[in-house]
Design a protein around this ligand. Structure first.
Ligand code: AMP
Length: 361
């Protein structure tokens, strides 16, 4: 257990999007100051932070400045260069640990890690060319999803194959950039869900209730709590989260996405070593949100209660959805959260809202 960060200390955040913004707001409530490293000026996080270092995430001078200015450094996205995290770790504590980035940045490493600690995933094969793709597709009965191993998000860098064992996919690997790819077997899931969990510097763990997630065009549309799953499935998800956190000697919040099979069995899809969009409901339906929980963890404070006091549905406000805000504000049980982005482009996350239910299941 590291000593708690003294009040007034500065916490560094790499990345200045909406997740950084919500982390900064939670840190302020706990009496801390925030410095954000982000190349885009006036980013969502900088609007509510004490200071922004305007530079690329891998700029060595900027990273040194961040390390000098911060008592601890965290991040809001999983593609922080591992070398940057390792460089920072020489002079300042970095949470979650660089190992979590390494695992989460590569789907092949991630699935191998998960299987290694007893957590099931879709079947998978590394693929680097169309011949290897043909062999892998044959092994999976002609169905699968080809993904880039790295840098994929919101369904980007993916190609779905159905009944393709006989060929007809020449050039598929090239169209995904020809690099290191992975073919996953196609999972006929009943629903998708995620679990948000935290581990403190003292090894204590707090797990939020699983949320049921609906994606549209590869982007999270809504998270509903409670998820429509059995208590047995919920406990299996919580147990997987505890295993992952302990295996990585993790500090902070993690988000883990699962497929739920018709018989209730779980397959882990991916994990994000950061606060997660499918955990935004926690700010309205729990005493301690995922954002405060993350800041408590990285600051060496005790974790708070992750219990849910209300049922709820969180929906993202994407692009033009921002026009719904006035009507949402008129609903008494809706908490609206906007990200301070000036321009509402299609597919851009502008905010979210959580509709609280007065009853609790
Ligand atoms: P990902 O980028 O891995 O989160 O994938 C984006 C979405 O594609 C997921 O939320 C699922 O809806 C779908 N998907 C991903 N992998 C698979 C799979 N192996 N089988 C079926 N659907 C998948």
């Amino acid at each position: 257990m590291t000593a708690p960060l003294p009040l007034g200390s500065t916490i560094g955040i790499i990345g200045g999007g909406q997740l950084g913004r919500m982390l900064a707001m939670a840190a302020a409530r706990l009496g801390y100051r925030i410095v954000v490293l982000e190349p885009q000026v006036d980013c969502p996080a900088a609007q509510v932070a004490n200071r922004q270092i305007v530079a690329a995430y891998d700029d060595p001078a900027a990273l040194d400045e961040l390390a000098r200015s911060s008592a601890v450094v965290t991040y809001e996205f999983e593609n922080v260069p591992v070398v940057a995290a390792e460089h920072l770790s020489k002079t300042v504590a970095v949470y979650p640990p660089a190992r979590a980035l390494e695992v989460a940045q590569d789907r092949l490493v991630e699935k191998t890690f998960l299987n290694g600690i007893g957590i099931s995933t879709a079947d998978f094969r590394p693929v680097e060319n169309d011949n290897e793709l043909a062999d892998a597709l044959k092994a999976f009965g002609g169905n699968g999803i080809l993904k880039t191993r790295r840098m994929g998000y919101d369904g980007k860098g993916q190609m779905v194959f159905r009944n393709m064992a006989a060929g007809g996919f020449d050039g598929a690997c090239a169209s995904l950039g020809n690099g290191q790819l992975i073919l996953e077997s196609f999972v006929a899931f009943e629903r998708e869900m995620s679990v948000i969990a935290a581990r403190g510097t003292d090894g204590s763990i707090a797990v939020y209730d699983p949320a049921e997630n609906v994606h549209r065009s590869g982007i999270l549309a809504s998270s509903t709590v409670p998820a429509g799953i059995s208590e047995q499935t919920a406990e299996a998800a919580r147990d997987a989260a505890r295993k992952i956190l302990s295996a990585l000697d993790y500090v902070g919040i993690i988000g883990i996405e699962f497929f739920v099979m018709p018989d209730g069995a779980l397959l882990a899809n991916e994990m994000a070593p950061r606060v997660h969009n499918s955990g935004h409901w926690t700010e309205a339906a729990c005493v301690i949100s995922q954002f405060e929980q993350h800041m408590r963890a990285v600051a060496g404070l005790p974790l708070g209660n992750a219990n849910r006091h209300s049922d709820c549905v969180m929906e993202n406000l994407i692009g033009d959805d921002i026009e719904k805000v006035q009507a949402l504000l008129a609903e008494p049980d809706v908490a609206v959260h906007l990200y301070g982005k000036a321009e509402a482009r299609p597919g851009r996350k502008m905010g979210h809202f959580t509709r609280i239910s007065q009853s609790r299941r």
